[in-house]
Structures are given as structure tokens and as C-alpha cells.
Design a binder for this molecule. Structure first.
Ligand SMILES: Cc1cc2nc3c(=O)[nH]c(=O)nc-3n(C[C@H](O)[C@H](O)[C@H](O)COP(=O)(O)O)c2cc1C
Length: 305
């Protein structure tokens, strides 16, 4: 699997390759995430878990649009307690696990972070950015002070690395990333989906039951790449690029913009699980064709103009 030079270290977490799955796109069962790992990913990311089980929005929640998909799942999940067994199963198989989670209050963020760390998560990814849950965590990612406060509160109660996943639906993502770093974030994941919608001309109404949703896939790559670029200009912590990566060239572009690793979500729907191995192989070839010894030598190169 992973070629030489592919190994990366993200916030102290040693990964055999710079690819991971993006939270939620594939659901969350341990066997599915194990397949992601077996396909070459350096670590797997769980779907975002909340303090309590929730069923999410009613259908339609996912539709195909030009260049990607539009979803308004409403964060359906079994709740953290309901997922811990699955997480332990993954750990039992030797898979590095990044546990994604969300909450609505600081005490909830803290108790959930502790539960996930106790169950063996190798890192946490704070989902502060989901645009689909009215008045809840989606709001947090737009407010620098909230991002800093929540990040700090989680960092106070766990020893494992904490990634903070940001929303592109803000005017100044670099400012929000700085707030996360001030709160102690060990890495920034950029980005979640772009707020969007679809309207059916025949039925003359919005297609998603939630009216608006989040756009993902190649349609958002240029926006997400710009976010990574802007964040890389102002923070020192590692960045994990996410949004529309579907081949090695996309991954390299993110690294040149400043990402140490990438998460791949929607592309799995079109390209299957093989996408992780193919991206890894392409990155390995790029390194050797360009006389580079490791991914870390590529990170941020495009800023040195
Ligand atoms: C169906 C679906 C479900 C998602 N669920 C989550 C989630 O639970 N937590 C989260 O942080 N992001 C979630 N996302 C966002 C993705 O993790 C990712 O940030 C976004 O899709 C952009 O990456 P991509 O273009 O590679 O898919 C979801 C995206 C999709 C399409």
C-alpha cells in the first residue's frame, strides 16, 4: 500500500498516508470505515456524533446536483453512547480513528470529548460547522469567540489531538481559524459543506425537505482550496484540506496551498473506495517525479512565490 514518503504526521498523529475519509459521507458503521482504511486511508473519520441519538431530517435529504451533491441530513446519529462499541471495534482492528462530534453546550462538548477519548479515539474532530441544524452548531463556526471557547473547553479535558472543522459559510475563515488556534486546536480541518439549495422547476418548490443544505464534491473545490490558502497564511498548526478532492492532483493542490493531509468524501460515491489508494499512488508518483522525499516538503510550497 502506502509508498515511501507518503507517511505524514498531523498534530502528533502518525499516519501511514495523507488521505482520510470526510466525516459522514459514508455513514459510520465500523465495517465501512474499516474498508476505507483497507483502501489506503491513513486514518478514518467517524460521522459526527452528538450527545443524544437523533433521526435527522425527513427525505429528500441527499440529491445529486451539477458537480456534486447537496445534502441536508440533519446530523442523524446514534448518539455517542450508542456508538462507543463500534469505535472500540475499529480500534480492535488497529484502525486509527478520528472521532467527529458536535454538541450544543460547553459541558456537553466536554463530556462527549471525554467519552470518545476513553473509548480509544486517536483524535477528535470538532464539527462546529454543520449548516443543517437550525440554531445549533452551525452558528458556532461563524463566531470566533465561540470557536475559541469551545475549542479551549475540549482541550482542557482530553490529551489526544483536537482538530477543529470549519465552515466555509463565513466572511473571514482565516479569523475563525486563528480563534481555533488560540483556543488550542491541534489542527484545522477546512472545510465543511457550502450552504446551497435546489429548486424543482416542475413542482415549483425547493427539493430538499430542509429547503437548504450543504454542497459538496468537485463543485466546491476551488472555494475550499481558497479557504485552506487563507488559513495557511495565518496559522501555524497543521491543516487538513477537505472539499472536492477526487484525484491525486486535487490532493497535491491542497498540499501546495498548505494542507498536510486531505479528507475525501463525495468522490467515494463516484469513484468507490479505491479513490484513497489511487490518490496515494498519484501523490507518491508526484513526489518521485519532482525529486521530493516526503509530503511535508510539498506542504505550503505555493506560498513561497
Ligand atoms: C451525506 C453527507 C453527510 C455529511 N455528514 C457530515 C458530518 O456528519 N459531519 C461533518 O463534519 N461533515 C459532514 N459532511 C461534510 C463532509 O465531511 C465534507 O466536509 C464535505 O462533504 C466536503 O468534502 P467532499 O467534497 O470531499 O465531500 C457530510 C457530507 C455529506 C455529503
Amino acid at each position: 500500500m502506502a509508498g515511501e514518503g507518503l507517511a505524514v504526521e498531523v498534530a502528533g498523529l502518525k499516519l501511514r498516508s495523507p488521505t482520510m475519509n470526510a466525516s459522514g459521507v459514508l455513514g459510520m458503521s465500523a465495517p465501512l470505515l474499516k474498508r476505507v482504511y483497507d483502501s489506503g486511508a491513513g486514518a478514518v473519520v467517524t460521522k459526527s456524533l452528538g450527545p443524544a441519538a437523533r433521526s435527522g431530517h425527513i427525505n429528500p435529504t441527499v440529491i445529486e446536483v451539477e458537480g456534486g451533491i447537496l445534502n441536508a441530513m440533519g446530523l442523524p446519529n446514534p448518539g455517542i453512547e450508542g456508538y462507543l462499541e463500534e469505535l472500540r471495534e475499529l480500534k480492535g482492528e488497529g484502525v486509527p480513528v478520528v472521532a467527529s462530534f458536535f454538541a450544543t453546550t460547553v459541558p456537553e462538548f466536554q463530556s462527549d470529548a471525554k467519552a470518545l477519548a476513553r473509548a480509544g479515539a486517536d483524535a477528535l474532530e470538532l464539527n462546529l460547522s454543520c449548516p443543517n441544524v437550525g440554531g445549533e452548531p452551525g452558528m458556532c463556526a461563524a463566531d470566533a469567540l465561540s470557536v475559541e471557547r469551545v475549542t479551549r473547553s475540549v482541550k482542557q479535558v482530553v490529551q489526544i489531538p483536537v482538530f477543529v472543522k470549519l465552515s466555509p459559510n463565513v466572511t473571514d475563515i482565516a479569523g475563525i481559524a486563528v480563534a481555533a488556534e488560540k483556543g488550542g486546536a491541534d489542527a484545522i480541518t477546512a472545510v465543511n459543506t457550502l450552504k446551497a439549495m435546489a429548486i424543482d422547476a416542475d413542482f415549483r418548490r425547493p427539493v430538499l425537505s430542509n429547503v437548504t443544505g450543504g454542497l459538496s464534491g468537485s463543485a466546491i473545490k476551488s472555494v475550499a482550496l481558497r479557504c485552506v490558502w487563507e488559513i495557511a497564511e495565518v496559522v501555524k498548526v497543521p491543516i487538513i484540506g477537505c472539499g472536492g478532492v477526487s484525484n491525486w492532483r486535487d490532493a497535491i493542490e491542497y498540499m501546495l496551498a498548505g494542507a498536510s493531509a486531505v479528507e475525501i468524501g463525495t468522490a467515494v460515491m463516484n469513484h468507490g473506495f479505491e479513490v484513497y489508494g489511487k490518490v496515494n499512488d498519484g501523490v507518491t508518483r508526484y513526489l518521485s517525479d519532482n525529486g521530493l522525499g516526503s509530503v511535508s516538503e510539498v506542504v505550503g510550497l505555493a506560498h513561497k512565490r
